[in-house]
Design a protein around this ligand. Structure first.
Ligand SMILES: [Zn+2]
Length: 314
């Protein structure tokens, strides 16, 4: 496989009011560092169509979609969302969901694709929360299921925060298996109910974390036998993250991402990666940390392409 498709839209980044703690600028910077470091040439980035309203409403409650697109969300709901509602935010949310849908389509065609945004896993069917407007993975699952492109799906969510919104979307849906490995002490304080929740204590380091990820993912992939995996590669389990309370190193994150991607490639299961959360004051450091999953995807895809074809049996 050549370089896997990287899905990016310029609307992923827009200026938030000064001092806002959500690092909105990081999305554009992830693309730049991959190009600057010679990891990905500019032509591998593909731009998605922003998601249309009908596709959003196949997953979210139409009244919630209406409140967002008409900029009429009640004040209390805007506070729960944690981002000021604006036309730029709506444009961004639609582009990000379109990006995860495109990454999923490309993953089905090519085996592996990454959205350079997405992982808005706190968005519920009827409300947004924790910086998440629309649940891009949930919308993508429904879009592709409704086209009969996929049946069973595994959502493997390694953002440090529990994927409570995604759990709510698929609580009564046996076709979608949701797994969240997170820090038990982090937001949300009232957890949702995924099909498998593994809450870690604060301070958990590489060895214990990686052992759990390895044990869990291979077993799940065999048990669920999905047509497509969505991987939330949030980097907020990193030791320097300003919100997360776990203690992974740079190498720990790389080993984690390589394991998830390598296991899917080996098993021949299509994989769509989304960036998830990551917080800190320095956008450059943060963007480099987020680019771990893209570096892992590019290296592993190249290694597979270079592998000699096994000689035919004599
Ligand atoms: Zn997070």
């Amino acid at each position: 496989m050549a370089i896997p498709p990287l899905v990016f839209h310029p609307d992923y980044t827009y200026p938030l009011p000064a001092g806002h703690r959500f690092p909105m600028g990081k999305f554009g910077r992830i693309r730049e560092v991959l190009i600057e470091d010679g990891v990905a040439p500019a032509e591998v980035f593909v731009a998605p169509e922003p998601v249309n309203r009908a596709t959003l409403e196949a997953a979210h409650k139409p009244a919630y979609v209406e409140a967002i697109v008409s900029l009429s969300l009640p004040r209390a709901d805007e506070r729960r969302l944690g981002l000021p509602l604006s036309e730029a935010l709506v444009r961004r949310a639609r582009a990000a969901v379109g990006g995860t849908i495109l990454a999923a389509r490309l993953a089905l065609e090519r085996g592996l694709a990454c959205n350079m945004a997405g992982g808005s896993h706190h968005a519920h069917p009827d409300h947004g929360a924790g910086f998440c407007v629309f649940n891009d993975v949930a919308v993508a699952v429904r879009a592709l299921q409704n086209e009969n492109r996929i049946g069973r799906v595994l959502v493997f969510d390694l953002d440090v925060h529990q994927g409570d919104g995604t759990a709510a979307f698929f609580a009564n849906d046996p076709s979608v298996f949701t797994c969240s490995i997170h820090c038990e002490a982090n937001y949300p304080h009232v957890k949702g109910l995924s099909d498998l929740d593994l809450g870690l204590p604060p301070g958990t380091k590489d060895d214990a974390y990686l052992a759990l990820v390895r044990d869990t993912f291979e077993t799940l992939l065999a048990r669920v036998a999905p047509d497509l995996v969505f991987y939330n590669a949030g980097v907020d389990p990193h030791e320097d993250d300003s919100l997360g309370q776990l203690a992974l190193s740079d190498n720990g994150l790389m080993a984690r991402d390589r394991h998830v991607i390598g296991t899917c490639l080996k098993a021949g299961v299509p994989l769509a990666c989304v960036v998830g959360g990551g917080y800190g004051p320095d956008l450059d450091t943060l963007a480099r940390r987020h680019s771990t999953v893209h570096r892992a995807a590019i290296a592993l895809a190249a290694a597979r392409a270079d592998r000699p074809v096994a000689p035919a049996a004599a």
